[in-house]
Design a protein around this ligand. Structure first.
Ligand SMILES: *Cc1c(COP(=O)(O)O)cnc(C)c1O
Length: 405
């Protein structure tokens, strides 16, 4: 037993479990995995080395591991409707790095959404290896709409001729226009990569349009809306499969994390059930209901609302920064992150916004009719920043609701 061998870590895991269950977990990239996913993650598969791919390994004893990985691959192909799936990337950032290795050489031009506008570090942001080793050009959102303008993306692509274009990001509250990006990529001869890390579960559940058929290469984490273990996948058409496989192994990684692969297979099985479709649609319904309730309370939302699982609040009009607001909310039992908003006049470490997501609270069982209450708590907590007794009272109400579910 862990508690006998290492009581310190056992107690900390217990404490984290209690912390998670007593709070509204609204970090948009997080979720709450099933007991089945946890069990697979904590299995003896972690003991096995298996460099290579099913049927082509460099170590013996792959009789079982080959079947595990093949199941994960087959389930990913079936769920998303793609020709090929690589389930070995260790996480989302390494998956994206594998894409660079597959289709670019250092110094080549890559195009992605800039980080402060909602893109990801690995889409060419300056501090990332992807921005340092490649010529990265970045597109923004429009100031008046808070949404990407594909005419601007097209002009930039025609001027810069990127070899790879990334679409998708970490703080995009609106539907991504995959066909629109695909026609720009076709016009300039770029490989379109759809990074659906945040929305993979919504895509799988039919609550966001699929990039399949538009983006020949799709990267995703497995632990966000998809509700699996921490990991990633690269989904491709037949043409781009070999280059991606070679880039992941031997290009970038050694042995795959087989316990994670098994847990990804479990999560993909769960995501193929009818209940998961309902889950994905409820995630979106919750986010939309939350957005409406926040707007009614005078909050300013980037792009005016949401189409997916996340809401980005610009707190400028509330005269509080994102960081003190996030801290107050955490004390009030609502866990989220401070976030830059487009054209943020404040510094990245002390930005103007907060980002909220509904994936974990939907898993927990919250429904759209409870979102006005959540918005009320958020409003009260922000107004009560610095007032510990008031924040504690909200935390008690949050905990009461969660215990009643
Ligand atoms: C989360 C995320 C990643 C990175 O995933 P990690 O598992 O944290 O490395 C990459 N791209 C996007 C769009 C993401 O949201």
């Amino acid at each position: 037993m862990l508690s006998d061998v290492d009581p310190e870590i056992a107690a900390l895991i217990q404490a984290e479990s209690a912390r998670q269950s007593s709070k509204l977990r609204m970090i948009a990239s997080e979720n709450d995995v099933s007991a089945a996913v946890l069990e697979a993650t904590g299995s003896v598969l972690t003991n096995k080395y298996s460099e290579g791919y099913p049927g082509k390994r460099y170590y013996e004893g792959q009789q079982v591991i080959d079947q595990v990985e093949q199941l994960a691959v087959d389930r990913a192909r079936a769920l998303f409707g793609v020709d090929h799936a690589n389930v070995q990337p260790l996480s989302g950032a390494p998956a994206n790095l594998a894409v660079y290795l597959a289709f670019l050489s250092p110094g080549d031009t890559v195009m992605g959404m800039s980080l402060p506008m909602g893109g990801h570090l690995t889409h060419g942001w300056s501090v990332s290896a992807t921005g340092r080793w490649f010529h990265a050009v970045q597109y923004d959102v429009r100031k008046d709409t808070g949404v990407v303008d594909l005419d601007e993306v097209r002009s930039l692509a025609l001027a810069e001729r990127p070899k790879v274009i990334f679409c998708g990001g970490t703080a995009i509250p609106r539907t991504i226009d995959f066909p629109g990006f695909a026609s720009i990529a076709a016009e300039v001869g770029a490989v379109l990569v759809a990074d659906i890390a945040h929305i993979a579960g919504l895509v799988a559940g039919g609550a966001h349009p699929s990039p399949v058929g538009h983006a020949p290469v799709i990267t995703t984490t497995t632990h966000k809306t998809l509700r699996g273990p921490r990991g990633a996948m690269i989904l491709t058409d037949a043409e781009h499969a070999k280059a991606v496989d070679r880039a992941v192994f031997p290009g970038l990684q050694g042995g795959p994390h087989n316990h994670t692969t098994a847990a990804i297979a479990v999560a993909l099985h769960e995501a193929a059930q009818p209940e998961f479709r309902e889950y994905a649609h409820t995630v979106v319904a919750n986010a939309k209901a939350l957005a409406v309730a926040l707007l009614e309370r005078g909050f300013d939302l980037v792009s005016g609302g949401t189409d997916n699982h996340l809401v980005l609040i610009d707190l400028t009009s509330k005269a509080i920064g994102g960081k003190p607001a996030a801290r107050a909310l955490d004390q009030a039992g609502i866990e989220l992150n401070y976030n830059a908003v487009p054209f943020d006049p404040r510094k990245p470490f002390d930005p103007s916004g907060i980002r909220l997501g509904t994936p974990a609270i939907t898993t927990r069982g919250l429904r759209p009719d409870q979102m006005p209450l959540v918005a009320e708590w958020i409003d009260r907590a922000i107004a009560a920043a610095g007032n510990a007794p008031a924040l504690d009272r909200i935390a008690a109400e949050v905990s009461d609701l969660l215990t009643s579910l």
